[in-house]
Design a protein. Structure first.
Length: 380
């Protein structure tokens, strides 16, 4: 059968991703590593122009067994570079003969689906969070007619996609993100956050890992940090991440006396492995798909405090394995963080419950579900 090709009887899948940064790059690395019975081909740009680039992602994909094809794409859909990218992808599909073309995030999703349509291939699409602007949704609804399976990575994202009517319900499937849960331990090379920041052991420390983009609302984290640091003079805040909204995390925005206790690390290798060193993990996003950073904090036993938005609300049970707070209420979020910093026993209990709850997000289950999806599409 066409598409059941290459190594043994593995299903060959071509993944298309322009957004080579953050959770989307991480997700595709995990897909290559954990989706068995599939020969993975990956089309990615050499760098994400206009954004941050996970420069290690291509090497990790190749090391996991993927065939990497450099295909230059741009974030802005109407750039001439994307017309050339589409022509290149059509040629790539014809050369590699995949059973399925799987587009990831908005630009990769659009180019992948059009290339799959032109070449007569089944098309899957994972948005990794939908921006709900009118123009973007008009495009997404048009592309929905070229989508054989729309993959939501959380239940609340699936509900949102259903409400937006991007595809008929029968073509929507939910496959949550997953992380390694059994036998995981921080590597010996994990950075010592407090030592890196010049802090003594035991100093109260809360923080986040976040790209500095509108979706992640870094200005909210800065406002929250100011409230917590003002209420707890011995505490420190740390934000790991970079992006175009760097001015949103300028310490000058903080109240007097708090700026010196606000730490911004644009980069930190293996940052996720250091999340267990935080007393409280915070995420102030406007929307998510299924946030890896929150899952990793929970795995490390750090209680999460998240905005109650699409994607984030799926990863915990409010009040049991973490806390959800109304999206625009930094005062309420600060009060929750201050309470947790003040109550060691409750904080440890919440962290233990988070560690147990996150076992539901096993990357092996994600891999098995995607393998079944690819097999179904190839057979169809």
């Amino acid at each position: 059968m066409q598409g059941l090709t290459a190594v043994g009887r593995d299903v060959r899948v071509l993944h298309v991703l322009e957004a080579l940064e953050g959770g989307t790059a991480r997700h595709l690395v995990d897909v290559v590593r954990h989706v068995e019975g599939v020969e993975h081909h990956v089309a990615i740009p050499s760098q994400r122009v206009g954004g941050l680039t996970d420069r290690a992602a291509a090497g990790r994909m190749a090391a996991a067994g993927a065939v990497v094809h450099v295909t230059e794409m741009r974030r802005s859909p109407l750039r001439p570079r994307n017309a050339a990218a589409l022509a290149g992808l059509v040629g790539l599909v014809r050369r590699t003969q995949p059973a399925v073309v799987h587009g990831h995030s908005s630009v990769g999703g659009a180019l992948g689906r059009v290339a799959g349509t032109v070449t007569g291939r089944p098309r899957a699409y994972t948005p990794h969070g939908i921006a709900a602007g009118r123009a973007a949704l008009t495009v997404e609804r048009g592309l929905g007619r070229m989508t054989d399976r729309l993959v939501a990575i959380s239940a609340s994202e699936a509900a949102q996609l259903t409400a937006l009517r991007l595809v008929p319900p029968a073509r929507l499937v939910t496959i949550p993100n997953g992380i390694e849960v059994d036998g995981w331990a921080p590597p010996p090379t994990s950075p010592d956050l407090r030592a890196l920041l010049g802090l003594a052991p035991g100093v109260p420390l809360f923080g986040t890992i976040s790209r500095l983009v509108a979706q992640k609302a870094p200005e909210r984290f800065t406002a929250l940090a100011g409230l917590v640091l003002s209420g707890r003079p011995d505490a420190h805040a740390v934000l790991v991440g970079d992006g175009p909204l760097r001015t949103a995390v300028d310490p000058a925005r903080l109240p007097p006396g708090a700026a010196a206790r606000f730490h911004h690390l644009p980069t930190l290798p293996d940052a996720g492995a250091a999340l267990g060193q935080l007393d409280v993990f915070v995420l102030t996003s406007r929307f998510e798909g299924c946030p890896y950073s929150a899952l990793e904090a929970m795995r490390a036993g750090t209680p999460p405090v998240l905005t109650d938005v699409v994607g984030s609300r799926d990863v915990l049970v409010d009040g049991v394995s973490g806390h959800l707070v109304a999206e625009h209420d930094q005062q309420a979020m600060a009060a929750v963080v201050l309470d947790l910093l003040a109550e060691d026993t409750r904080r440890r209990a919440l962290g233990a419950a988070a560690r147990e709850h996150v076992r539901r997000f096993d990357v092996r289950e994600m891999g098995a579900a995607l393998a079944a999806l690819y097999t179904e599409l190839a057979a169809g």
